[in-house]
Design a protein around this ligand. Structure first.
Ligand SMILES: *Cc1c(COP(=O)(O)O)cnc(C)c1O
Length: 703
C-alpha cells in the first residue's frame, strides 16, 4: 500500500501527468471538489488528504489505476527508442538550453502570461516526448501573473495571490553536499544572488531562478515577483537575471549545452555571459564572438518595431557598469552589439538586435511573420535584399495531448488511436476519420459543448458570488440570466486570448443592430463566449473588456454573450474543446503566429480568422473560414469597417447556413465534412512535435 502512495506522490512531482488523461483522472477522482478548488494542483490536493484515506482508497481499483499510470510513467522516462535517438543522436548526447521569460505548462504553475509562455511550455513537452536532451531556464515568480476579476462596471481588477514553493512540484537545486546552489549577477553597483528551483516536465528539467533570499536587498528580491511586472528598470533586471544568471546556473551545474535557444529577445543578455566565458578562456574578441554565435539560436515573435524590448543608453550604462568592469568589456562595444544604427551614438539598445548579432540562426514563427521580420530588420544587413535577410521561419504548433480534453482523448482512444498518432500525417488522420460516422462526430460535438456549458454555469456561479459582493442587483440578474440560457443546440463562437488591442476583441460588436439580428434569429441563433486578460498597464485593453461586459448586459445580448473571468490554461482548454467556431480578428500582420485556434481542431472546432499568423498557411477554403483576403488599409477605421463587414457577411452567408442545414437524420453534413477536413489538414501540421522536429533538424543539429 505504501508503495502505491509513494507512486502517487511521485506522479505529482512531474508535470508529465498534465498530458496523461488517466493520470489526471486519478487526481480528480480523489476529490473532484478539492481538485477544482486547488486549481487542479495535485501537490496541493494531496496536502488536504490524509494518509489514512489514501491507504483505504488504494485497496481496490483505484490502487490498480495508480499502478497502471505509474508503470506508464516509468516506461516513458526510460524509453530509449525515441525520435531523437533514431534521428538526432547528437541531441541526446548534449542538451539544448531553452531560455524563456515565461512558461505555460499547466494552470497550477502560474509563471506565464499568454501565448509566448504556452508555446514555451508546449515546446518543452514535445522535446520531452521526442527524447531530445532539453533543459528550460526561466524565473520563479512568487506572485506569478495576476488573477483577474471584474468589478461591477466590468473593469478588470488584479489580484496577486502568492504561490508557495511547498505547494508546487518544484525542488530546490542543491549541490552534492546538499547545499543550495547560489549564483550571482551584477546589477548596477550591486551583486544580486539567486537560488534555483527545478521543475520536472517529463524527461526535461525546467530551472527557475529565484532572488527571494535574505542575502538580497528587498528591491532585488522583487525581481522574482511578477511576470512582466514593474517598469523598464524591473524589466532590465529580470532580463539580466534570466540571461546572465541562467548561463551561470547552467555552468555551475556542470551542464554544457550544444545550443542556447533564445525564445524571444528577453533572454538575449545570455550572449554577453557566453562572451565573457570565452574571453576568460583567453579567446580574442573576434574568436569569442564567433564561438558564441556558433552556439546560439534565436526565435523572434514580434512583428511590430515598437513591440521589441529597448533600453536607453543611460539605463544600460547605469545597470551594466559593474558587470562590464568584471568581464573587461568596453561600454561602447556593448552598445554596438545592440544598436540598430551604428552611426547614431544615441541609439537605444535593442534586445532583438543583440540576439540577431550573436546567433547562428534566427526565425519568425509563421511564414508570413518570417517575411515581415525580414523586411523589418533588413536595415541591419546592408547590401542584402529582403529575401536574403537571414531570418527564416518555423510555424508554431500546440502540444496535441496537452490540448486534448479527457473526453476527446477517450473518444480517439475508443477509435483505436491517440492524438499524437493522428497528428503524424494527413494519411494517418484520414484513415481514422474514415472509420468514424457523421453521427459519432456530431455526438462528440454535442458532448463537448454540453460539458463546456455546464462548466460555464458553475464558473459563472463563482463569478456571480464574488461580483455580487461589490455589485448592484441588476448585474446579479444579468449573470443569473447567463447561467441558464446557453444551449448546445445553438452555434457557439469562442474568443479568448490576451486583450492586446491589435487582437480587436470587440470587432464583432461594430454593428449592434446587425449582430442583434444574427444572435436572435429565431431558427438559426448564435451565442458567443469571451475570455481574456489585459496587461495591468494596458488601459485600452481593459476598456475592451469593459465594453464587452457592457454589451453582454444589453437586453438583446443578455445570456447570449458571456464574458468569463480569469482566462488561464484551464479555461482555455474548456473553451477550445467546447465551441463550434474559434474567432480570431487581429490586425494583419500583427499576430506573429497565434496558436489558440490550433487547439480547437482535434475537438472538431472550426477556425474563423483574419488571414494572419498561421492561418494563411493552413486555410484551404474547405477547412474553416477566413475573414477577408489579406486586404490592408492605411487607416485603422477603414480596416476595422472592412474586416467587420467581411466578418458579418461570412457569418451570415457561410457559417450559419452550413451549421444549421440538416439532413433527414438531423445531421449538418456540410459542417461535419469541414470538421473532417480541418482535422486531416491542420492537426498533422500545426502541432509542437512537428515544430520541435523542425527546430531540431533545421537549427539545433550541427551540420
Ligand atoms: C493558447 C493560449 C494563448 C495564445 O492564444 P493566441 O490566440 O495565440 O493569442 C494565450 N493564453 C492562453 C491561456 C492560451 O492557452
Amino acid at each position: 500500500m505504501q508503495k502505491k502512495i509513494l507512486a502517487l506522490k511521485e506522479l505529482t512531482q512531474n508535470l508529465w501527468w498534465s498530458w496523461d488523461t488517466e493520470a489526471k483522472q486519478i487526481f480528480e477522482e480523489l476529490s473532484p471538489l478539492l481538485w477544482q478548488r486547488n486549481n487542479h494542483n495535485p501537490v496541493a490536493l494531496l496536502q488536504h488528504i490524509s494518509e489514512k484515506e489514501l491507504i483505504a482508497r488504494c485497496q481496490c481499483e483505484f490502487g490498480e489505476k495508480i499502478d497502471r499510470v505509474y508503470s506508464r510513467f516509468i516506461a516513458y522516462l526510460n524509453d530509449k527508442n525515441t525520435w531523437a535517438a533514431n534521428n538526432a543522436p547528437e541531441l541526446v548526447e548534449k542538451p539544448v538550453a531553452y531560455f524563456s521569460a515565461e512558461f505555460g505548462i499547466h494552470e497550477s504553475v502560474r509563471i506565464y502570461s499568454g501565448g509566448l509562455g504556452v508555446l514555451a511550455g508546449d515546446h518543452l513537452k514535445s522535446a520531452s516526448d521526442l527524447g531530445i536532451n532539453f533543459i528550460g531556464v526561466t524565473l520563479f515568480y512568487k506572485e506569478g501573473y495576476f488573477r483577474q476579476y471584474l468589478n461591477h462596471d466590468g473593469w478588470q481588477m488584479e489580484d496577486y495571490p502568492l504561490q508557495s514553493p511547498e505547494a508546487l512540484p518544484i525542488e530546490k537545486v542543491v549541490d552534492a553536499d546538499g547545499n543550495d546552489v547560489i549564483i550571482s549577477v551584477n546589477i548596477a553597483q550591486s551583486e544580486v544572488f539567486a537560488q534555483a528551483w527545478c521543475l520536472n516536465v517529463g524527461r526535461t528539467k525546467l530551472y527557475l531562478l529565484d532572488t527571494n533570499i535574505p542575502a538580497n536587498e528587498p528591491h532585488y528580491r522583487d525581481i522574482c515577483c511578477r511576470v512582466y511586472g514593474g517598469d523598464q528598470n524591473m524589466r532590465i533586471n529580470q532580463e539580466i537575471l534570466l540571461g546572465i544568471g541562467g548561463v551561470k546556473l547552467i555552468a555551475k551545474l556542470g551542464v554544457e549545452p550544444t545550443v542556447y535557444h533564445m525564445n524571444e529577445g528577453h533572454s538575449a543578455f545570455l550572449t554577453l555571459e557566453l562572451l565573457a566565458m570565452n574571453l576568460a578562456k583567453g579567446l580574442s574578441s573576434e574568436e569569442a564572438m564567433a564561438n558564441v554565435r556558433s552556439h546560439c539560436v534565436f526565435t523572434t515573435h514580434t512583428p511590430v518595431p515598437a513591440g521589441h524590448d529597448r533600453f536607453s543608453r543611460d539605463m544600460m550604462r547605469y545597470t551594466f557598469d559593474k558587470y562590464l568592469a568584471s568581464i573587461g568589456m568596453d561600454f561602447e562595444h556593448l552598445m554596438q552589439l545592440g544598436s540598430e544604427n551604428k552611426q547614431d551614438i544615441y541609439s537605444l539598445f535593442t534586445m532583438t538586435v543583440l540576439a540577431l548579432n550573436l546567433s547562428r540562426s534566427a526565425n519568425g514563427v509563421s511564414k508570413l511573420h518570417g517575411e515581415v521580420s525580414r523586411s523589418m530588420w533588413q536595415h541591419l544587413y546592408p547590401g542584402k535584399s529582403v529575401d536574403e535577410v537571414p531570418i527564416g521561419h518555423i510555424t508554431n504548433g500546440v502540444h496535441a495531448s496537452s490540448w486534448t480534453c479527457g473526453y476527446t482523448g477517450r473518444f480517439w482512444q475508443k477509435h483505436g488511436t491517440t492524438v499524437d498518432a493522428m497528428s503524424l500525417s494527413r494519411e494517418a488522420a484520414e484513415a481514422v476519420l474514415e472509420k468514424i460516422s457523421d453521427a459519432e462526430l456530431w455526438s462528440l460535438r454535442y458532448s463537448l459543448k454540453r460539458t463546456m456549458i455546464d462548466y460555464i454555469d458553475r464558473y459563472l456561479g463563482n463569478q456571480l458570488f464574488h461580483q455580487h459582493m461589490h455589485t448592484s442587483y441588476s448585474d446579479y440578474d444579468t449573470l443569473r440570466a447567463a447561467k441558464n440560457t446557453l444551449s448546445p443546440d445553438v452555434l457557439t463562437i469562442g474568443f479568448a486570448r490576451r486583450f492586446a488591442t491589435y487582437k480587436r476583441a470587440p470587432l464583432i460588436f461594430r454593428d449592434l443592430a446587425r449582430l442583434d439580428r444574427i444572435i436572435n434569429n429565431s431558427t438559426m441563433p448564435l451565442q458567443i463566449v469571451f475570455a481574456g486578460k489585459a496587461h495591468p498597464h494596458d488601459d485600452a485593453g481593459k476598456d475592451y473588456i469593459r465594453q464587452i461586459v457592457h454589451f453582454s448586459r444589453y437586453p438583446q445580448f443578455s445570456g447570449k454573450v458571456i464574458f468569463l473571468e480569469n482566462y488561464n490554461l484551464g479555461v482555455a482548454k474548456r473553451m477550445v474543446s467546447g465551441v463550434d467556431v474559434w474567432l480570431n480578428t487581429p490586425v494583419r500582420p500583427m499576430e506573429a503566429s497565434g496558436t489558440s485556434g490550433e487547439k480547437t481542431v482535434l475537438h472538431g472546432g472550426l477556425n474563423f480568422s483574419v488571414l494572419d499568423g498561421w492561418w494563411p498557411e493552413a486555410y484551404n477554403g474547405d477547412n474553416g473560414f477566413a475573414i477577408g483576403n489579406g486586404e490592408w488599409f492605411e487607416n485603422h477605421e477603414e480596416q476595422d469597417s472592412f474586416d467587420a463587414e467581411q466578418l458579418y457577411t461570412v457569418l451570415e452567408k457561410q457559417i450559419i447556413p452550413a451549421f444549421y442545414e440538416r439532413n433527414e437524420m438531423n445531421l449538418p453534413v456540410q459542417w461535419i465534412q469541414k470538421i473532417r477536413n480541418a482535422i486531416a489538414t491542420i492537426a498533422p501540421e500545426y502541432n509542437t512535435h512537428r515544430m520541435v522536429r523542425d527546430y531540431a533538424t533545421k537549427y539545433y543539429m550541427n551540420k
